[in-house]
Design a protein around this ligand. Structure first.
Ligand SMILES: O=C(O)CCC(=O)C(=O)O
Ligand SMILES: [Fe+2]
Length: 319
């Protein structure tokens, strides 16, 4: 169990990608421990090409710098599509607090048919679409590799989670936290992103060097997830919490308005992974023991998400 002398683990994924089977198992075991103790870890060497990541951050900055009317032209419409631009204060990740001091742009893989939801792209910026579509593809590949390690960590066949996610029902979210004006005093509980857990199986979070992300430990204390160059933050969400019979945590996190970074723009990019709607979420064998028998019966991922959205619809859950 973490305490203030412990830090969110940094795991070197190169040894999973290129190592011997013993090394791969050792990386998977570190991920299992980190997911149990924290529900959060940093992964270095995740295989995301640097130039793609840089292009995505540049594209994100360019998008948020567009005139407000261009951004509103691709405004987020509804949770079914869950694509497009979400303006400042529109979302409350913690529904009991004031709106988040951030803006966001969501995109997602598109199905082949004409009836499927399509991404909303601002007119006249074809490069943005190209860069983000390519980056989305790299995120899927990265997430699949991470999911393979999670399967190994839980004693499952390596493609267990990857196969359960092969319809790519994921969301990529660009986030921008604008600088706060001189003398700005947050209202009670106002923050860049309110405390919340993520809904899906895993989230990959790429952050710039500004900082502000905070993670709640199992003992209830908030600690900083300081940016570490060359790493991606991985966290396990509500669905993984259920799938693993509460062995892996779905840890509350938030983006705080701290004095030392509030004058700076902050950019981050989150990739929320969701299993196929028809994937069955049933307690993973290695997570049920005599002391911790299966808590839930099987449910489809789609049904689980619907329950979550119904419970928090007022919060306009968007991840
Ligand atoms: O921007 C960040 O660092 C965190 C964002 C986040 O947790 C979310 O959008 O779910
Ligand atoms: Fe989150």
């Amino acid at each position: 169990m973490p305490n203030e002398t412990q830090e969110i683990p940094v795991i070197h994924f190169e040894r999973f990608l290129n190592g011997t089977s013993a090394e791969r198992k050792s990386v998977a075991d570190q991920m299992r421990r980190a997911s149990q103790d924290w529900g959060f870890f940093y992964l270095s060497g995740c295989g995301m090409p640097d130039e793609q990541l840089e292009a995505a951050f540049s594209g994100s900055k360019a998008f948020f710098a567009l005139p407000q009317k261009d951004k509103q032209g691709v405004a987020w419409q509804n949770p079914e599509s869950n694509r497009g631009y979400v303006g400042i204060k529109r979302e409350k990740l913690d529904p009991t607090r004031p709106g988040d001091l951030k803006e966001a742009f969501n995109l997602a893989p598109e199905g082949p048919g004409p009836d499927t939801h399509k991404n909303l792209w601002p007119a006249g910026y074809p490069r943005f679409e190209t860069v983000m579509t390519r980056f989305l593809g790299e995120c899927i590949l990265t997430a699949d590799r991470v999911l393979q390690a999670f399967a190994l960590a839980l004693g499952q066949p390596e493609d267990f989670f990857k196969n359960a996610h092969n319809e790519h029902d994921h969301t990529l979210r660009l986030l921008h936290y604008p600088p706060l004006p001189e003398g700005f005093e947050p209202e009670d509980g106002e923050s860049r992103a309110g405390a919340h857990t993520d809904y899906g199986s895993i989230t990959l979070l790429f952050q710039d060097d500004v900082g502000g992300l905070e993670v709640c430990t199992r003992s209830g204390e908030w600690i900083r997830a300081t940016p570490i160059p060359g790493t991606v933050v991985v966290n396990t969400g509500d669905l993984m919490h259920r799938w693993t019979n509460h062995v892996f945590c779905s840890t509350p996190h938030r983006v705080n308005v701290a004095p030392e970074h509030r004058h700076r723009d902050r950019y981050s990019i989150a990739f929320f992974c969701h299993p196929n709607k028809t994937s069955e979420i049933a307690c993973i064998e290695s997570c049920a023991t005599a002391d911790n028998p299966a808590i839930y019966g099987p449910i489809s991922a789609g049904q689980h998400l619907n329950e979550k959205l119904t419970n928090t619809y007022g919060a306009q859950a968007q991840n």
